[in-house]
Design a protein around this ligand. Sequence first.
Ligand code: ASP
Length: 467
Amino acid sequence: MEKRIYNEETIKNIGKEISISGWVDTIRSHGKILFIDLRDKSGILQVVVSPQQEDVYDFAKEIRPEWVVAISGVVKERPERMQNPNLATGKIELEAQKIEVFSNAETLPFTIDSDGYEINEEKRLKYRYLDLRRGRLKKNLIARQEVLYFIRSFLKKEGFIEIETPILTKSTPEGARDFLVPSRLQPENFYALPQSPQQYKQLLMVAGLEKYFQIARCFRDEDPRADRQAEFTQLDLEMSFVEREDVMEITERLLINISRTIFPTKKIQEIPFPRLNYKEAMEKYNIDRPDIRKDKKDPDLLAFCWVVDFPFFEKDNEGKWTFTHNPFSAPKPEFMEDLLEKKNIKNILTTQYDIVLNGFEIGGGSIRNHRPEALESVFEVMDYRKSEIKEKFGHMLEAFKYGAPPHGGIAWGLDRFLSLNLNEPNIREVIAFPKTGDSRDLMMNAPSLVTEQQLKDLHIKIQVRKK
Ligand code: ASP
């Protein structure tokens, strides 16, 4: 066989002998001639098998859709009336001279030539590796990569450093329940999977890195919700010596640039992004993530807005003060004294800024408390005992004693941002291997039971075991 080339490259090889490999998309006979549409990563190419090539023809008759094959032959221009303007390779075809079968395939559990919305989703998730053969999902994954690549090069040019932070870490009170990982080497102790890299990125600021970003995986053990994932991806960034305006400015510029470069058919409703304060948003829209689109029927309209000036604290179910967004945030400067003196709690506003797109909160961040006494005050307002503060946040308070720069940052939910730009109804459509609403991986069958020995190694006893 000739050296394999991609289907898209065949156009440059008219008259030449080449070889292609991929999946049989369709096979049909027309008169005596067999037509195979062969699909690879780059697209589809029509292959013609004529009965004159007796051996190849007899062999090809047995081939079925989704078999994996290599075909070699000569690239020919199609007669004009046979050309297909809808296909990148529609002007040519391959005259097969030799076919090799790598694998047979059973009939797939569902069709992959539609957009797939009509298919039962549990089935799609169970056979995700087949679902991903679908053109729409492949396109989504490629768009995702385009966005990630753009973000990385944009931020690098702006002087940011991409830094990976640990997945096995300490439980962080960021509003959701932690996923815990038992420690075999430290019996009775647990790691937590990060709800976000919040504390690490702040510690990187103490370390003097000044501009950090990460495409970070975050984990939150929340109750089932239709369009949430227990594990999701954030663009996380943090900067030193900045004020709220600086973080908002770079966020806005990056969002506008992504949209113009990667989603050029999209129209941003208003630039600079309008700003609302929390009070206005609640009064006018009765929600803190308003959908301000002027035309809700336009699928290409992106209506970004900022929401600022949120209350720092609210009462929880037990009547205790808790943070509305992030315990590490600083109050707006005019409320710093109130925070330090723990008075007028209800009125304290935070430096938090949320970025909203078409009614979805796609990101949020704040300027942080870099002075240990201010951070300590936040936890005192929330009624944490001194010993608890030390146990949970001692490392942060201590770090801030060794010269902490003023700093702030933001994180965006990349999955949601992508699904909105790709007009997908939910974030599972832009994630390669998503889980169900109740956090099961139907393809791998996770979570699953483990052996007695594994539990023993971890010093764990299950009280009630399922039969
Ligand atoms: N860590 C915050 C979050 O995950 C974002 C931030 O304040 O930077 O929501």
